[in-house]
Write a protein that binds this ligand. Structure first.
Ligand code: 4AD
Ligand code: MG
Length: 463
Protein backbone atom coordinates (compact mmCIF):
# COMPACT_ATOMS: atom_id res chain seq x y z
CA UNK A 1 0.00 0.00 0.00
CA UNK A 2 1.69 3.19 -1.21
CA UNK A 3 0.28 6.41 0.18
CA UNK A 4 0.90 10.05 -0.49
CA UNK A 5 1.19 12.40 2.48
CA UNK A 6 -1.61 14.96 2.71
CA UNK A 7 0.96 17.77 3.08
CA UNK A 8 2.34 16.84 -0.36
CA UNK A 9 -1.13 16.49 -1.90
CA UNK A 10 -2.26 19.91 -0.66
CA UNK A 11 0.99 21.55 -1.78
CA UNK A 12 1.00 19.94 -5.25
CA UNK A 13 -2.46 21.17 -6.30
CA UNK A 14 -2.34 18.68 -9.19
CA UNK A 15 -5.88 18.82 -10.50
CA UNK A 16 -6.78 15.62 -12.35
CA UNK A 17 -4.03 13.48 -10.76
CA UNK A 18 -4.78 10.09 -9.21
CA UNK A 19 -3.61 9.50 -5.66
CA UNK A 20 -4.01 7.32 -2.58
CA UNK A 21 -4.06 8.79 0.93
CA UNK A 22 -4.53 7.28 4.38
CA UNK A 23 -5.39 8.95 7.64
CA UNK A 24 -7.88 9.53 10.43
CA UNK A 25 -11.29 11.15 10.04
CA UNK A 26 -11.48 14.55 11.74
CA UNK A 27 -15.09 15.24 10.82
CA UNK A 28 -17.70 13.91 8.45
CA UNK A 29 -21.04 15.20 7.22
CA UNK A 30 -23.67 13.96 4.83
CA UNK A 31 -25.30 16.13 2.19
CA UNK A 32 -28.73 15.61 0.76
CA UNK A 33 -27.85 14.42 -2.70
CA UNK A 34 -26.18 11.22 -1.42
CA UNK A 35 -22.70 12.59 -0.75
CA UNK A 36 -20.45 12.33 2.27
CA UNK A 37 -17.78 14.95 2.98
CA UNK A 38 -14.86 13.69 5.03
CA UNK A 39 -12.10 15.85 6.52
CA UNK A 40 -9.04 13.62 6.66
CA UNK A 41 -5.81 14.26 8.58
CA UNK A 42 -2.65 12.15 8.51
CA UNK A 43 -0.39 14.24 10.78
CA UNK A 44 1.82 15.47 7.95
CA UNK A 45 0.37 18.98 8.21
CA UNK A 46 -2.27 20.94 10.08
CA UNK A 47 -4.62 21.10 7.09
CA UNK A 48 -7.11 18.36 6.32
CA UNK A 49 -7.81 16.94 2.90
CA UNK A 50 -11.48 17.04 1.99
CA UNK A 51 -12.76 13.76 0.56
CA UNK A 52 -15.98 13.51 -1.41
CA UNK A 53 -17.62 10.11 -1.30
CA UNK A 54 -20.79 9.56 -3.27
CA UNK A 55 -23.47 6.92 -3.02
CA UNK A 56 -22.14 5.16 -6.10
CA UNK A 57 -19.28 3.65 -4.06
CA UNK A 58 -19.97 -0.08 -3.55
CA UNK A 59 -19.60 0.09 0.24
CA UNK A 60 -21.42 3.44 0.64
CA UNK A 61 -24.41 2.13 2.58
CA UNK A 62 -22.75 -0.61 4.61
CA UNK A 63 -19.58 1.25 5.54
CA UNK A 64 -19.13 4.87 4.43
CA UNK A 65 -22.38 6.00 6.08
CA UNK A 66 -21.23 4.38 9.35
CA UNK A 67 -17.80 6.05 9.39
CA UNK A 68 -17.22 8.49 12.24
CA UNK A 69 -14.59 10.77 13.73
CA UNK A 70 -11.46 8.81 14.62
CA UNK A 71 -11.81 5.97 12.08
CA UNK A 72 -8.78 5.27 9.89
CA UNK A 73 -9.36 4.88 6.15
CA UNK A 74 -7.58 4.51 2.84
CA UNK A 75 -8.90 6.48 -0.14
CA UNK A 76 -7.93 6.23 -3.79
CA UNK A 77 -9.32 8.79 -6.17
CA UNK A 78 -8.81 11.84 -8.37
CA UNK A 79 -7.85 15.34 -7.24
CA UNK A 80 -10.37 17.96 -8.28
CA UNK A 81 -10.50 21.74 -7.86
CA UNK A 82 -12.20 22.65 -4.62
CA UNK A 83 -15.07 25.14 -4.65
CA UNK A 84 -14.31 25.84 -0.95
CA UNK A 85 -12.04 28.68 0.19
CA UNK A 86 -9.97 26.66 2.66
CA UNK A 87 -8.10 24.50 0.18
CA UNK A 88 -7.41 24.47 -3.56
CA UNK A 89 -7.89 20.72 -4.09
CA UNK A 90 -10.09 17.95 -2.78
CA UNK A 91 -10.19 14.25 -3.45
CA UNK A 92 -13.08 12.59 -5.26
CA UNK A 93 -13.06 9.05 -3.88
CA UNK A 94 -13.14 6.10 -6.28
CA UNK A 95 -12.44 3.54 -3.58
CA UNK A 96 -12.57 3.78 0.19
CA UNK A 97 -11.27 1.02 2.40
CA UNK A 98 -11.99 1.10 6.12
CA UNK A 99 -8.80 0.30 8.02
CA UNK A 100 -9.85 0.81 11.64
CA UNK A 101 -13.20 1.60 13.23
CA UNK A 102 -13.61 3.95 16.22
CA UNK A 103 -16.69 3.38 18.36
CA UNK A 104 -18.30 6.85 18.73
CA UNK A 105 -19.64 5.86 22.14
CA UNK A 106 -16.09 5.41 23.40
CA UNK A 107 -13.80 7.56 21.22
CA UNK A 108 -13.04 10.56 23.47
CA UNK A 109 -12.23 13.20 20.83
CA UNK A 110 -15.75 14.05 19.70
CA UNK A 111 -16.00 17.71 20.61
CA UNK A 112 -14.40 20.48 18.60
CA UNK A 113 -12.48 21.75 21.62
CA UNK A 114 -11.25 20.00 24.74
CA UNK A 115 -9.48 21.46 27.74
CA UNK A 116 -5.72 20.89 27.99
CA UNK A 117 -6.32 19.31 31.43
CA UNK A 118 -8.62 16.71 29.88
CA UNK A 119 -6.25 16.08 26.97
CA UNK A 120 -3.41 15.34 29.43
CA UNK A 121 -5.46 12.37 30.64
CA UNK A 122 -5.47 10.96 27.10
CA UNK A 123 -1.87 11.64 26.13
CA UNK A 124 -1.99 8.65 23.76
CA UNK A 125 -4.73 10.29 21.65
CA UNK A 126 -4.07 14.00 22.04
CA UNK A 127 -1.66 14.10 19.05
CA UNK A 128 -4.82 13.67 16.93
CA UNK A 129 -5.89 17.19 17.92
CA UNK A 130 -4.83 20.28 15.97
CA UNK A 131 -2.86 21.76 18.88
CA UNK A 132 -0.84 18.66 19.74
CA UNK A 133 -0.23 17.80 16.10
CA UNK A 134 1.14 21.31 15.61
CA UNK A 135 3.32 21.03 18.74
CA UNK A 136 4.72 17.70 17.51
CA UNK A 137 5.64 19.14 14.11
CA UNK A 138 7.19 22.30 15.56
CA UNK A 139 9.13 20.26 18.13
CA UNK A 140 10.44 18.08 15.29
CA UNK A 141 11.49 21.11 13.23
CA UNK A 142 13.22 22.66 16.23
CA UNK A 143 15.16 19.44 16.95
CA UNK A 144 16.37 19.44 13.39
CA UNK A 145 17.34 23.12 13.64
CA UNK A 146 19.36 22.43 16.81
CA UNK A 147 21.51 19.90 14.98
CA UNK A 148 21.73 22.08 11.86
CA UNK A 149 22.97 25.05 13.91
CA UNK A 150 25.78 23.13 15.59
CA UNK A 151 26.72 21.01 12.59
CA UNK A 152 27.05 24.14 10.41
CA UNK A 153 29.53 25.45 12.99
CA UNK A 154 31.63 22.30 13.22
CA UNK A 155 30.46 21.16 16.65
CA UNK A 156 30.71 17.42 17.37
CA UNK A 157 27.54 15.75 18.69
CA UNK A 158 28.45 13.70 21.78
CA UNK A 159 26.17 11.11 23.41
CA UNK A 160 26.76 11.61 27.11
CA UNK A 161 25.57 8.87 29.50
CA UNK A 162 22.07 8.68 30.93
CA UNK A 163 23.19 6.64 33.95
CA UNK A 164 25.95 8.30 35.97
CA UNK A 165 27.64 8.24 39.35
CA UNK A 166 27.70 12.04 39.58
CA UNK A 167 25.32 14.90 40.35
CA UNK A 168 26.41 17.74 38.08
CA UNK A 169 24.28 20.45 39.64
CA UNK A 170 25.09 19.26 43.17
CA UNK A 171 21.49 19.73 44.25
CA UNK A 172 20.87 16.11 45.24
CA UNK A 173 17.70 15.99 43.14
CA UNK A 174 18.49 12.74 41.37
CA UNK A 175 16.52 9.60 40.57
CA UNK A 176 18.40 6.55 41.86
CA UNK A 177 19.23 3.68 39.52
CA UNK A 178 19.45 0.28 41.16
CA UNK A 179 19.01 -3.41 40.40
CA UNK A 180 18.25 -4.19 44.05
CA UNK A 181 15.02 -5.90 45.01
CA UNK A 182 13.54 -2.97 46.92
CA UNK A 183 11.79 -5.35 49.34
CA UNK A 184 15.12 -6.70 50.59
CA UNK A 185 17.93 -4.22 50.09
CA UNK A 186 21.33 -5.54 51.31
CA UNK A 187 22.60 -3.62 54.32
CA UNK A 188 26.02 -3.28 55.93
CA UNK A 189 26.36 -1.71 59.35
CA UNK A 190 22.87 -0.23 59.07
CA UNK A 191 23.44 1.37 55.64
CA UNK A 192 22.62 0.26 52.12
CA UNK A 193 25.46 -1.92 50.85
CA UNK A 194 25.96 -0.43 47.38
CA UNK A 195 28.93 -2.70 46.77
CA UNK A 196 26.38 -5.45 46.18
CA UNK A 197 24.39 -3.38 43.68
CA UNK A 198 24.73 -3.59 39.88
CA UNK A 199 27.39 -0.87 39.57
CA UNK A 200 29.06 -1.53 42.92
CA UNK A 201 28.30 2.06 43.96
CA UNK A 202 25.34 4.45 44.04
CA UNK A 203 24.12 5.46 40.57
CA UNK A 204 21.49 7.84 39.27
CA UNK A 205 19.88 9.26 36.14
CA UNK A 206 21.80 12.23 34.84
CA UNK A 207 20.68 15.78 35.64
CA UNK A 208 22.98 17.17 32.93
CA UNK A 209 25.48 15.92 30.36
CA UNK A 210 27.82 18.80 31.05
CA UNK A 211 30.63 17.13 32.99
CA UNK A 212 31.13 14.47 30.32
CA UNK A 213 30.71 17.08 27.56
CA UNK A 214 33.59 18.98 29.16
CA UNK A 215 35.83 15.92 28.79
CA UNK A 216 35.04 15.82 25.07
CA UNK A 217 35.39 19.60 24.63
CA UNK A 218 38.89 19.29 26.09
CA UNK A 219 39.75 16.86 23.28
CA UNK A 220 37.48 17.76 20.38
CA UNK A 221 37.19 21.53 20.79
CA UNK A 222 33.51 22.37 20.23
CA UNK A 223 30.93 19.75 21.18
CA UNK A 224 27.25 19.54 22.12
CA UNK A 225 24.86 17.10 23.70
CA UNK A 226 21.11 16.90 23.11
CA UNK A 227 19.41 14.36 25.29
CA UNK A 228 17.01 13.65 28.11
CA UNK A 229 17.84 14.77 31.65
CA UNK A 230 16.09 13.90 34.88
CA UNK A 231 15.37 15.87 38.03
CA UNK A 232 13.60 14.65 41.12
CA UNK A 233 12.76 18.15 42.29
CA UNK A 234 9.24 18.33 43.61
CA UNK A 235 8.28 21.41 41.60
CA UNK A 236 4.69 21.39 40.47
CA UNK A 237 4.96 24.44 38.23
CA UNK A 238 4.06 25.17 34.58
CA UNK A 239 7.80 25.19 33.71
CA UNK A 240 9.21 22.13 35.47
CA UNK A 241 9.32 18.51 34.30
CA UNK A 242 10.95 15.51 35.98
CA UNK A 243 12.18 14.40 32.53
CA UNK A 244 13.15 17.09 30.06
CA UNK A 245 15.46 17.46 27.07
CA UNK A 246 18.48 19.67 27.26
CA UNK A 247 20.88 21.02 24.66
CA UNK A 248 24.35 21.59 26.05
CA UNK A 249 27.16 23.04 23.94
CA UNK A 250 30.65 23.08 25.45
CA UNK A 251 33.57 24.98 23.90
CA UNK A 252 37.28 24.80 24.61
CA UNK A 253 39.35 28.00 24.45
CA UNK A 254 36.21 30.03 25.05
CA UNK A 255 35.31 32.48 27.82
CA UNK A 256 31.95 33.54 29.25
CA UNK A 257 31.42 36.21 26.58
CA UNK A 258 31.90 33.59 23.88
CA UNK A 259 29.20 31.42 25.47
CA UNK A 260 26.78 34.36 25.70
CA UNK A 261 27.37 35.23 22.05
CA UNK A 262 26.72 31.63 21.01
CA UNK A 263 23.53 31.50 23.11
CA UNK A 264 22.14 34.62 21.44
CA UNK A 265 23.06 33.40 17.95
CA UNK A 266 21.60 29.96 18.72
CA UNK A 267 18.21 31.23 19.93
CA UNK A 268 17.85 33.56 16.96
CA UNK A 269 18.75 30.76 14.55
CA UNK A 270 16.05 28.45 15.98
CA UNK A 271 13.41 31.18 15.90
CA UNK A 272 14.27 32.13 12.33
CA UNK A 273 14.09 28.47 11.32
CA UNK A 274 10.63 28.09 12.85
CA UNK A 275 9.36 31.29 11.24
CA UNK A 276 10.52 30.08 7.83
CA UNK A 277 9.61 26.40 8.08
CA UNK A 278 6.55 26.13 10.33
CA UNK A 279 4.35 28.87 8.89
CA UNK A 280 1.02 27.04 8.99
CA UNK A 281 1.52 25.76 12.55
CA UNK A 282 2.74 29.16 13.79
CA UNK A 283 -0.34 30.80 12.28
CA UNK A 284 -2.43 28.28 14.18
CA UNK A 285 -0.69 29.13 17.50
CA UNK A 286 -1.15 32.84 16.79
CA UNK A 287 -4.84 32.34 16.15
CA UNK A 288 -5.72 29.97 18.98
CA UNK A 289 -3.01 30.04 21.67
CA UNK A 290 -1.09 33.32 21.82
CA UNK A 291 -1.92 36.26 19.52
CA UNK A 292 1.69 37.42 19.84
CA UNK A 293 3.30 34.08 18.93
CA UNK A 294 4.72 35.09 15.53
CA UNK A 295 5.36 38.73 16.46
CA UNK A 296 7.33 37.71 19.58
CA UNK A 297 9.68 35.58 17.52
CA UNK A 298 10.11 38.23 14.84
CA UNK A 299 10.87 40.80 17.52
CA UNK A 300 13.38 38.60 19.27
CA UNK A 301 15.23 37.72 16.08
CA UNK A 302 16.01 41.37 15.46
CA UNK A 303 16.51 42.36 19.09
CA UNK A 304 19.70 42.83 21.06
CA UNK A 305 20.01 40.77 24.26
CA UNK A 306 20.57 43.15 27.21
CA UNK A 307 23.41 42.14 29.53
CA UNK A 308 23.52 43.01 33.22
CA UNK A 309 25.35 41.58 36.21
CA UNK A 310 23.52 39.93 39.07
CA UNK A 311 24.55 42.84 41.31
CA UNK A 312 22.99 45.33 38.88
CA UNK A 313 19.85 43.17 38.65
CA UNK A 314 19.48 43.20 42.44
CA UNK A 315 19.92 47.00 42.48
CA UNK A 316 17.27 47.48 39.78
CA UNK A 317 14.80 45.11 41.44
CA UNK A 318 15.19 46.63 44.92
CA UNK A 319 14.54 50.12 43.54
CA UNK A 320 11.25 48.99 42.01
CA UNK A 321 8.91 49.23 44.98
CA UNK A 322 7.22 46.07 43.76
CA UNK A 323 5.60 43.65 46.21
CA UNK A 324 7.50 40.46 45.31
CA UNK A 325 6.67 37.21 47.05
CA UNK A 326 10.38 36.61 47.65
CA UNK A 327 12.49 39.52 48.89
CA UNK A 328 15.33 40.72 46.70
CA UNK A 329 18.62 40.61 48.52
CA UNK A 330 22.22 40.29 47.35
CA UNK A 331 23.21 36.68 47.91
CA UNK A 332 19.82 35.03 47.48
CA UNK A 333 18.62 33.46 44.27
CA UNK A 334 16.66 35.47 41.71
CA UNK A 335 13.21 33.86 41.56
CA UNK A 336 11.00 33.32 38.52
CA UNK A 337 8.91 36.39 39.46
CA UNK A 338 12.07 38.56 39.44
CA UNK A 339 13.27 37.08 36.16
CA UNK A 340 9.97 37.83 34.48
CA UNK A 341 9.82 41.32 35.96
CA UNK A 342 13.25 42.13 34.52
CA UNK A 343 12.28 40.90 31.03
CA UNK A 344 8.69 42.06 30.89
CA UNK A 345 8.69 45.32 32.82
CA UNK A 346 12.25 46.64 32.90
CA UNK A 347 13.91 45.63 29.63
CA UNK A 348 10.92 44.45 27.57
CA UNK A 349 12.92 41.70 25.97
CA UNK A 350 15.53 39.03 26.65
CA UNK A 351 18.13 39.72 29.34
CA UNK A 352 21.40 37.95 30.13
CA UNK A 353 22.30 38.10 33.83
CA UNK A 354 25.94 37.36 34.68
CA UNK A 355 28.31 37.04 37.65
CA UNK A 356 26.10 35.51 40.33
CA UNK A 357 27.24 35.01 43.95
CA UNK A 358 29.16 31.73 44.18
CA UNK A 359 26.97 30.37 47.01
CA UNK A 360 23.88 30.11 44.78
CA UNK A 361 25.65 28.43 41.85
CA UNK A 362 27.24 24.97 41.36
CA UNK A 363 30.87 24.11 42.17
CA UNK A 364 32.12 24.00 38.58
CA UNK A 365 31.66 27.68 37.69
CA UNK A 366 34.81 29.80 37.33
CA UNK A 367 35.50 32.02 40.31
CA UNK A 368 35.87 35.73 39.55
CA UNK A 369 38.79 37.74 40.90
CA UNK A 370 36.59 39.21 43.63
CA UNK A 371 36.42 35.73 45.18
CA UNK A 372 32.67 36.23 45.73
CA UNK A 373 31.03 35.83 42.32
CA UNK A 374 31.32 33.30 39.50
CA UNK A 375 31.40 33.60 35.71
CA UNK A 376 27.81 32.45 35.35
CA UNK A 377 25.14 33.52 32.90
CA UNK A 378 21.39 32.95 32.74
CA UNK A 379 19.38 33.95 29.69
CA UNK A 380 15.93 35.19 30.72
CA UNK A 381 13.01 35.68 28.35
CA UNK A 382 9.55 37.20 28.81
CA UNK A 383 6.81 34.86 30.08
CA UNK A 384 9.19 31.98 30.84
CA UNK A 385 12.04 33.50 32.83
CA UNK A 386 15.22 31.36 32.78
CA UNK A 387 15.58 29.49 29.50
CA UNK A 388 19.37 29.01 29.49
CA UNK A 389 21.85 28.52 32.30
CA UNK A 390 25.59 28.41 31.68
CA UNK A 391 29.05 29.52 32.71
CA UNK A 392 32.74 29.58 32.12
CA UNK A 393 34.12 26.50 33.90
CA UNK A 394 36.75 26.53 36.63
CA UNK A 395 39.90 25.41 34.82
CA UNK A 396 42.34 25.88 37.70
CA UNK A 397 42.86 22.59 39.52
CA UNK A 398 43.40 23.93 43.04
CA UNK A 399 40.58 26.47 42.93
CA UNK A 400 38.20 23.76 41.71
CA UNK A 401 39.41 21.37 44.43
CA UNK A 402 38.72 24.00 47.10
CA UNK A 403 35.27 24.80 45.66
CA UNK A 404 34.40 21.10 45.86
CA UNK A 405 35.45 20.96 49.50
CA UNK A 406 33.43 24.13 50.24
CA UNK A 407 30.31 22.70 48.63
CA UNK A 408 30.62 19.21 50.17
CA UNK A 409 31.42 17.47 46.93
CA UNK A 410 33.90 14.65 47.28
CA UNK A 411 36.98 15.30 45.08
CA UNK A 412 37.67 11.53 45.09
CA UNK A 413 34.36 10.84 43.31
CA UNK A 414 35.22 13.46 40.65
CA UNK A 415 38.88 12.47 40.21
CA UNK A 416 38.56 12.30 36.44
CA UNK A 417 36.93 15.74 36.29
CA UNK A 418 39.83 17.15 38.35
CA UNK A 419 42.37 15.40 36.11
CA UNK A 420 41.05 17.36 33.13
CA UNK A 421 42.53 20.38 34.98
CA UNK A 422 45.91 18.67 35.31
CA UNK A 423 46.51 17.56 31.74
CA UNK A 424 46.29 20.37 29.20
CA UNK A 425 43.66 22.36 31.06
CA UNK A 426 42.18 25.23 29.06
CA UNK A 427 39.54 27.91 29.55
CA UNK A 428 36.21 26.51 28.44
CA UNK A 429 32.56 27.48 28.62
CA UNK A 430 29.10 26.18 27.85
CA UNK A 431 25.45 26.33 28.67
CA UNK A 432 22.27 24.29 28.90
CA UNK A 433 19.06 25.18 27.08
CA UNK A 434 15.83 23.61 28.32
CA UNK A 435 14.23 22.36 25.10
CA UNK A 436 10.65 22.32 26.45
CA UNK A 437 10.92 25.87 27.77
CA UNK A 438 12.09 26.91 24.32
CA UNK A 439 9.07 25.18 22.72
CA UNK A 440 6.81 26.95 25.23
CA UNK A 441 8.33 30.25 24.21
CA UNK A 442 7.82 29.50 20.51
CA UNK A 443 4.28 28.13 20.68
CA UNK A 444 2.95 30.32 23.48
CA UNK A 445 1.66 27.27 25.38
CA UNK A 446 1.59 28.20 29.04
CA UNK A 447 2.07 24.74 30.55
CA UNK A 448 5.26 22.74 29.94
CA UNK A 449 3.22 19.50 30.16
CA UNK A 450 1.73 20.37 26.77
CA UNK A 451 4.96 20.64 24.77
CA UNK A 452 6.40 17.16 25.48
CA UNK A 453 4.57 14.05 24.22
CA UNK A 454 4.35 12.18 27.53
CA UNK A 455 5.06 14.52 30.45
CA UNK A 456 6.63 13.18 33.64
CA UNK A 457 5.79 15.28 36.69
CA UNK A 458 5.35 14.51 40.41
CA UNK A 459 2.63 11.86 40.68
CA UNK A 460 2.32 11.35 36.93
CA UNK A 461 3.97 8.61 34.93
CA UNK A 462 0.80 7.10 33.50
CA UNK A 463 1.68 6.61 29.89
O1 4AD B 1 20.36 25.86 34.84
P1 4AD B 1 20.49 24.38 34.71
O2 4AD B 1 20.23 23.54 35.91
O3 4AD B 1 21.96 24.16 34.15
C1 4AD B 1 22.59 22.97 33.98
O4 4AD B 1 22.10 21.88 34.11
C2 4AD B 1 23.99 23.12 33.44
N1 4AD B 1 24.73 21.88 33.73
C3 4AD B 1 23.94 23.43 31.96
C4 4AD B 1 25.29 23.63 31.33
O5 4AD B 1 25.94 24.60 31.64
N2 4AD B 1 25.70 22.72 30.46
O6 4AD B 1 19.53 23.87 33.54
C5 4AD B 1 19.65 24.40 32.25
C6 4AD B 1 18.28 24.71 31.66
C7 4AD B 1 17.50 25.76 32.43
O7 4AD B 1 17.87 27.06 32.07
C8 4AD B 1 16.07 25.42 32.03
O8 4AD B 1 15.76 25.98 30.75
C9 4AD B 1 16.11 23.92 31.88
O9 4AD B 1 17.45 23.54 31.70
N3 4AD B 1 15.56 23.24 33.06
C10 4AD B 1 14.37 22.62 33.11
N4 4AD B 1 13.41 22.48 32.17
C11 4AD B 1 12.30 21.78 32.51
N5 4AD B 1 12.11 21.20 33.72
C12 4AD B 1 13.05 21.32 34.69
N6 4AD B 1 12.86 20.72 35.88
C13 4AD B 1 14.24 22.05 34.40
N7 4AD B 1 15.36 22.35 35.09
C14 4AD B 1 16.14 23.06 34.27
MG1 MG C 1 19.79 27.32 36.15
Amino acid sequence: MRREKIAAVLASEKIGAKTTVMGWIKTKRESKGGFSFIELNDGSCLGNLQIIADKGLPNYREEILRLQTGCSICISGTLVASPGKKQKVELRAEKIKVIGWADPARYPLQKKRHSFEFLRTIAHLRPRTNTFGAVARVRNAMSFAVHAFFQERGFIYVHTPIITGSDCEGAGETFKVTAFDLESVPKKEGHVDFEKDFFGQPANLTVSGQLEAEAYALSMGDVYTFGPTFRAENSNTPRHLAEFWMIEPEMAFCDLDGAIELAEEFLKYIFRYVLENCKEDMQFFTRFIDPGAIKNLEKLVSSHFERITYTEAVKILSKMNEAFEFPVQWGSDIQAEHERYLCEKVFRGPVVVTDYPKQIKPFYMKLNEDGKTVKAMDVLVPKIGEIIGGSQREDDHDTLYNRMKETNISPEDYWWYLELREFGSAPHSGFGLGFERLIQYVTGLSNIRDVIPFPRTPGNVNF
